[in-house]
Design a protein around this ligand. Structure first.
Ligand code: SF4
Length: 209
């Protein structure tokens, strides 16, 4: 029943299951899709548990060989303690059920990177190291990034994100980033792609517009 992880990820199409764990974020990016950010709307463990129980006991409805448990927000790392609890529960239930997804799962994150060096986040990464992928969003050079990716007071976030890139790449050398292009920053695309490459992000970037 336990599959070889490498073989599994190369050969199969995974089921994607997304948890929006919070509508809170430290940033107020100008192109953000999340309107109505707030600190009150956050997923409870009971809601997550009910979803996991349903999914893992309905093998007939979820026939993919592998699964990606995706955590987004807001910034998901604001809820790292909840996520740790959710992931522990998933691993426990996969084992108890002898589920085909046991050892054939991944926990995936899209984050603004501001909390990447937080001790709780790092503990979580160490604990789940072989089953994680993390994407930190950095939009390119400082002037391009700070055109859109700003704090609520309007200040740019580039400096606070870029300081966490070396640790991220040390832990995930093949990581890639997403770059969002808007009409105002089209002139900075070339320098931004080169800049990301110089930071060591050699995979990608994935460009959105
Ligand atoms: S980091 Fe993401 S969720 Fe937060 S404001 Fe920016 S785009 Fe929105």
């Amino acid at each position: 029943m336990i599959k070889e992880q490498k073989e599994q990820w190369q050969e199969s199409i995974a089921k994607n299951i997304t948890f929006i764990v919070t509508k809170d974020c430290q940033l107020a990016c100008k192109y953000c899709y999340l309107v109505g950010k707030n600190i009150d709307e956050r997923m409870s463990f009971d809601v997550a548990k009910a979803a996991i129980d349903y999914i893992l006991t309905h093998w007939d409805l979820f026939k993919e060989d592998s699964v990606v448990w995706d955590f987004i927000g807001g910034d998901p790392f604001l809820e790292i303690e909840l996520i740790d609890k959710i992931c522990d529960y998933i691993k426990k239930r996969l084992f108890e059920l002898s589920h085909p997804w046991f050892n054939s799962y991944r926990f995936s994150f899209s984050t603004n990177g501001l909390m990447y060096n937080d001790k709780r986040v790092q503990n979580y990464i160490q604990k789940n190291r072989t089953h994680i992928s993390i994407g930190i969003t950095i939009d390119g050079t400082e002037r391009k990034h700070d055109l859109n990716r700003v704090y609520k007071n309007g200040a740019g976030s580039y400096k606070d994100v870029v300081k966490n890139i070396p640790l991220w790449l040390k832990q995930f050398p093949d990581a890639s980033t997403k770059v969002t292009i808007s009409s105002t920053d089209i002139p900075y695309i070339k320098e931004s792609v080169l800049h990301l490459y110089s930071l060591g992000i050699k995979n990608g970037p994935i460009i959105k517009s």
